[in-house]
Design a protein. Structure first.
Length: 256
């Protein structure tokens, strides 16, 4: 179906094909407006992909790699939504990606729990045991014992995804709502696509910061590969190159 270019953005977005076309336009505009920030995000993705190009002994860290790959897939999905201005799905996707990393931490530290993970749907008691053992709080506790700074970084990242939309909390809902006072009633609008404005930029900052956090967790989970390609040095240098200002967002208003 051809899209009528004379229609307003709100009219075009009412059908799915119009929605997709608007998403693509925002994707292109985002790269034009924030080229340095976008290039930094693409390098984060590239470093993560390089880290995953390794051979892992089946009895050693194979599941850590599986969870890392799944997390990377979800991270890319969050990037696709962020670049296109579809802000609401960014945070649930980032939370899920982080939880993949968390599962990797738990399996890495307690490999005997692999059978618990596999048998999740074997019975009601198996289901309950899996839910008990595989939680964000347990993973964060394990991570903080090994690396307090990275654990605190991961805790802040995880909490922020829940605040901004992984759960339907205030910031995750109200930031997409506009109320217009008309003559006889109030009009409520919920924004699906934010264009290349502030909410999109904030979503890109979230992808950047949480992507870096997950990269460091992957370095922790895959130490042999990290050492082989000197990933810790590359990641530290890359981390120091990041600032929310790359996307025109000041730290003072990032979390509002």
């Amino acid at each position: 179906m051809p899209i009528n270019k004379t229609m307003t953005d709100s009219e075009r977005g009412k059908d799915f094909l119009g929605f997709i076309c608007l998403s693509k336009e925002t994707f292109d505009e985002t790269f034009r407006r924030h080229e340095k920030g976008c290039q930094h995000l693409l390098k984060t993705d590239s470093l993560w992909a390089d880290l995953l190009q390794c051979q892992v002994p089946v009895k050693d860290k194979v599941m850590s790699s599986v969870f890392a790959i799944q997390g990377h897939s979800l991270f890319r999905a969050s990037l696709a939504n962020a670049f296109s201005g579809h802000v609401a799905p960014i945070y649930p996707l980032l939370r899920n990606a982080l939880e993949c990393c968390f599962y990797g931490i738990i399996i890495s530290e307690q490999p005997e729990l692999m059978d618990v993970w596999i048998d999740r749907h074997g019975s009601l008691s198996s289901f309950k045991k899996c839910r008990e053992k595989f939680t964000a709080s347990r993973a964060l506790k394990l991570l903080k014992k090994t690396d307090a700074n990275l654990g605190a970084f991961a805790q802040e990242a995880y909490d922020s995804t829940i605040d901004f939309g992984a759960h339907p909390n205030v910031k995750g809902v109200v930031n997409h709502i506009t109320v217009n006072e008309l003559e006889n009633y109030h009009q409520l609008q919920i924004t699906y696509l934010h264009g290349s404005g502030f909410e999109t930029s904030r979503g890109l900052v979230a992808c950047s910061e949480i992507g870096l956090c997950m990269l460091f967790i992957m370095i922790y989970l895959l130490p042999e590969r990290s050492s082989e390609i000197k990933m810790i040095e590359l990641a530290n240098e890359h981390f120091l190159d990041f600032s929310p200002e790359l996307f025109g967002v000041s730290s003072a208003i990032r979390d509002q």
